[in-house]
Design a protein around this ligand. Structure first.
Ligand SMILES: [Zn+2]
Length: 187
């Protein structure tokens, strides 16, 4: 089900906080369009740290694997990345569906090593929002149908206080890929 207890602004604020703490950058240098790698200087280990902070704040599990890895897992080796380490046309088609047509650098033949730099503050915010939207209909502990938040980041059952059990980020990507494949038959 969808949720409206936690706004996108709140997620953006929390992500900025996690970025400032992890990367030691000035908050004023962060915009929604900032690339974490190109503009803010993140390295791959920093993403673990940022994800961990978000997971602690919101009580959720972020995706451990990027969409490309899930494509290869589901549709076979070579489905997303060819033997020269370049993105296939089908991978680009999927990434455009996921991230929008207006990511300028997304084109077939791009090197897979260039992909992480496409990750922006906005796309990470959206990743957190997607997980928040997986809020179950009912509390998994007591079956209560109402949710509340006291601090604006953690969603809890209004009856028993149990933290909401969100779907984890990797499972959401897999479910999304399955849905897109059924609709568009890309592979
Ligand atoms: Zn409950």
């Amino acid at each position: 089900m969808s949720q409206n207890l936690i706004t996108e602004e709140k997620v953006y604020e929390e992500l900025k906080k996690a970025i400032v703490e992890t990367l030691r950058v000035d908050e004023s240098s962060i915009t929604p369009e900032s690339s974490l790698i190109n503009d803010l200087g993140a390295e791959s280990l920093d993403f673990l740290d940022i994800n961990y902070r978000l997971e602690q704040a919101f009580g959720m599990k972020m995706a451990r694997h990027f969409v490309l890895e899930h494509i290869e897992d589901m549709f076979g080796e070579g489905a997303a990345i060819d033997e020269d380490g370049r993105l296939t046309e089908k991978a680009i088609e999927l990434l455009k569906i996921r991230f929008g047509e207006n990511v300028p650098d997304l084109k077939p033949g791009m090197d897979m090593d260039e992909v992480p730099a496409l990750l922006t503050v906005k796309s990470m915010t959206q990743g957190v929002m997607d997980i928040l939207q997986s809020l179950p209909e009912k509390c998994t502990k007591c079956g209560g149908p109402e949710w509340k938040t006291e601090d604006g980041v953690k969603i809890k059952c209004a009856s028993c206080g149990e933290n909401a059990a969100f779907t984890n980020g990797d499972d959401l990507i897999k479910a999304w890929l399955t849905r897109v494949q059924e609709e568009k038959k890309i592979f």
